[in-house]
Write a protein that binds this ligand. Sequence first.
Ligand code: PLP
Length: 281
Amino acid sequence: TKMLFNDQIMERGNLIDIEDRGYQFGDGIYEVIGVYDGKPLMMDEHLERLERSAREVQLKLPDSISVLKRNLEELVAANQLNEGIIYMQVSRGAAQRWHEFPGLDVTPVTVAYTREEERMTEVENQGANAVLTEDIRWLRCDIKTLNLLPNVMAKQKAVENNAVEAILHRGDTVTEASASNVFIVKDGELYTHPANNFILNGITRRKIIQLCDELNIKVNEETFTVNELLSADEVFVTATKSDIIPILKIDDQTIGTGSPGDITKKVLQEFRSLYQHGVKN
Ligand code: PLP
């Protein structure tokens, strides 16, 4: 398959310097964009978030967003990707290993590739379990950086317990999950952690808030506690490509009726209509 290396589409290969700062420090930012029927979903929103992440870590993107967009579209076409994801990252570049930023002569390194992935229709329809774990991350979770070790460890705990996700809490407050945002339903209204420094403001999350607004389902961007999570009527997690996954059980606690709830199903159906034109299931 082909990859994007800076602004060239080329055969995938080993082109990364051992002193690339992404590799050594996790000093870089990334995005994952879903591709449905050969079309990237909400590419502009993802690239806008990349721009914001770059600004927040003082990384100067080497290419304009419009060039990046064109290159990524070209990559999808070159790989004839129909269903899957685009992964892209920009590291601060390769330089002798000193913690501080390198000089201005060092250019950030952009890499992107695609991966075929089936739609997760079954787990989205049937739901899955989650585990709870303490949120041990830093205080700028709003930036989509390459530093993912706490997320990796949390997801590993989930997998070891046959769960799809690890839901994170800072003390008593539920923040998000290892690679997704968390919503609960209580008395017909949705609650999700506000978009501040404690969570990544998911593109899927934002779209769901917008869709719920159109559906007249009230969304409260307010924190909720671990107990409120466990006693919610419905719980679901949201992320690129896995869209919306109903959570049926958290640790040993069954959520609601133990099957996907009506509001969750409605939101999922509405979300699917973004890429399934005319076909609803
Ligand atoms: N929260 C975290 C920590 C993530 O890594 C992700 C990425 O998948 C999300 C939330 C969901 O964001 P998005 O909907 O933009 O994929």
